[in-house]
Design a binder for this molecule. Structure first.
Ligand code: FES
Length: 74
């Protein structure tokens, strides 16, 4: 079983758009590659500098944030 852990990032305040389609070349951020897929990025406002864990496996129930689901049995 492959375990794909989250992206750990120190984010600065502002509006962030995290990729939910997996096509972006700038993961974990959206680069517009979702166009035509019917999927859209997760838009999040970060209010202060902080470390975030962004889901990389696509299974989080709290997307775009990691909830530990990458460790679950498949
Ligand atoms: S490129 Fe994946 S949601 Fe925009």
């Amino acid at each position: 079983m492959e375990e794909k852990g989250p992206y750990i990032i120190t984010e600065q305040p502002g509006i962030k758009q995290y990729c939910s389609c997996g096509r972006s070349q700038k993961l974990p951020y959206c680069d517009g590659s979702h166009k035509g897929s019917g999927l859209h990025p997760a838009k999040v406002e970060i209010d202060e500098e902080k470390i975030v864990a962004i889901c990389a496996c696509g299974r989080s129930q709290n997307f775009p944030f990691c909830d530990g689901s990458h460790k679950a049995e498949q």
